[in-house]
Design a protein around this ligand. Structure first.
Ligand code: NAP
Length: 433
């Protein structure tokens, strides 16, 4: 039997995820050895504060604050610190020196993926990031490898557990956004500063990663259209319930075919989903990603999108797979774009909409407003009138057929200026209805 040198593994970060990775790596050493064919040696754990209390008990002698030195002496580097720097510099250094890298850092992969992939490809090292989207859910490898022989047309997912928890609570309990956010913070689902989650930045990072993999092209994070959930009101949720729908924060990546040829679009916003669509059944802080592929048809990936131990599962899966390759030898398989698709701007996206208006309740108002929609090329599918506390006013809820975003925005502008209209209370896109 061949004798292999144990791959030296550097772990950067020992927080929620890192401490669980370290624990499992130490406790399950024999199992990993059997699966890999060599013992994985945890060479050290890089942190800021070597004497801080950790979620789990770990050997103190493993801790160091000299991350550069630790990285330089390792075959595989696992980055679980978060943030852009110093993670970016450390990982570029590791890859350039030929080490393989595992990271769960979606912000880093979204903003600097091409640079990291190129560094890996140049030396034949491997960069793996299964945990960067969907926590424990296997979605990166399915898109990159399992579906490599297919053509993915659309990826639509709930990729942020915090906002799903908040919206789910608003639906189930009629809670306001503020109340649901307060509970999410108390339970540890939301961070003290929830901006990255509720404004959709986290989901946009994940949309970039999913779109780039699904369409084998580069989708810069700056090109992702982003709206968070802060505009979602209890009224909008109640109307959705009444219509047999739910509001979910969706990350949508799709091929857009039109006069500009084939392009791609990635976007994040709260959208209406039919109550019987599989994504509507994703409750609490769970994540799910719905993939539409030409040959495979519809696929759904569901599970825990976050959590220390859950995310550790994805990280350790990457580690075992990298370690096997390390033992087998040969270069890694870098993720390199094979298509060069341009980005279709949000204005060209086609979807359905629901617009809620406060109007003056006077004869002919419905037909005048229908004309206004039609003038902008947007066809109404439904219109519902609700009474208002003020007898001189009425609330209209208008559903549209599929229309171009630019046309819908023209309608919104025209409505806001129309003498029959007191206010446009809300508009929400309908994606899976
Ligand atoms: P965390 O609990 O905040 O832990 C971060 C760890 O990194 C800490 O041990 C910290 O050291 C260390 N660290 C941070 N900056 C450092 C620096 N400049 N130098 C040295 N050490 C540094 O983070 P986490 O929740 O485990 O998340 C880690 C990564 O996984 C992030 O990229 C995150 O986006 C991703 N992720 C997390 C989850 C989840 O459920 N938590 C899910 C999916 C992906 P000290 O303890 O000494 O301060």
């Amino acid at each position: 039997m061949n004798e292999y040198r144990s791959p030296r593994v550097a772990l950067l970060g020992a927080g929620s995820v890192g401490s669980q990775v370290a624990r499992l790596l130490l406790e399950r050493g024999d199992e990993y050895e059997a699966r890999v064919g060599a013992r994985l040696e945890l060479a050290g754990i890089g942190v800021r504060n070597v004497s801080a209390r950790r979620d789990v008990e770990l050997p103190q002698e493993l801790f160091t604050d000299d991350l550069e030195k630790l990285v330089a002496s390792s075959d595989i580097v696992i980055e679980l610190m978060g943030g852009i720097e110093p993670a970016r510099t450390l990982l570029l250094g590791a890859l350039k020196a030929g080490a393989d890298v595992v990271t769960a850092n979606k912000a880093l992969v979204a903003a600097h993926g091409p640079e990291l992939h190129e560094a890996a490809a140049t030396v034949g090292a491997q960069l793996s990031f299964e945990a960067a989207v969907g926590g424990a859910i296997p979605i990166i490898r399915p898109l990159d490898a399992s579906l490599a022989g297919d053509r993915v047309n659309r990826v639509m997912g709930i990729v942020n557990g915090t906002t799903n928890y908040i919206l789910d609570k608003m639906h189930r309990e009629g809670a306001s956004l503020e109340e649901a956010l307060r509970v999410a913070t108390e339970l540890g689902y939301a961070e003290a500063d929830p901006t990255a989650d509720i404004e959709g930045f986290d989901a946009a990072s994940k949309a970039t990663i999913l779109a780039s993999l699904a369409f084998h092209t580069t989708v810069p994070v700056e090109s992702v259209y982003r709206e968070g959930i802060t505009g979602v009101t209890a009224d909008m949720v109640a109307q959705a319930e009444k219509d047999g729908r739910v509001i979910k924060l969706l990350a949508i990546c799709e091929r857009v075919n039109g006069s500009g040829g084939e392009r791609v679009n990635a976007r994040v916003y709260p959208a209406l989903v039919a109550a019987d669509h599989p994504l509507a059944a994703v409750h609490e802080a769970k994540n799910a990603i719905f993939v539409e592929a030409e040959a495979a048809g519809d696929l759904m990936f569901y599970g825990a999108g976050a959590g220390g131990i859950e995310t550790a599962s994805a990280v350790l899966g990457d580690l075992v797979s990298l370690a096997r390759r390390h033992i087998a030898g040969g270069p890694g398989t870098a993720v390199t774009p094979t298509a060069n698709l341009t980005i279709a701007p949000m204005e060209e996206v086609v979807t359905r909409y629901q617009v809620t208006l406060e109007v003056r309740d006077q004869p002919g108002v419905m037909s005048r407003l229908a004309g206004l929609f039609g003038d902008s090329g947007v066809s109404m599918e439904s219109i519902e009138q609700r009474s208002s506390d003020d007898e001189s006013l009425a609330t209209l809820v208008v559903g549209t057929h599929a229309a171009k975003e630019a046309d819908l925005q023209s309608v919104i502008t025209a409505l806001a200026e129309h003498s029959d209209v007191v206010s446009v209370s809300s508009f929400v896109r309908a994606e899976a209805v």
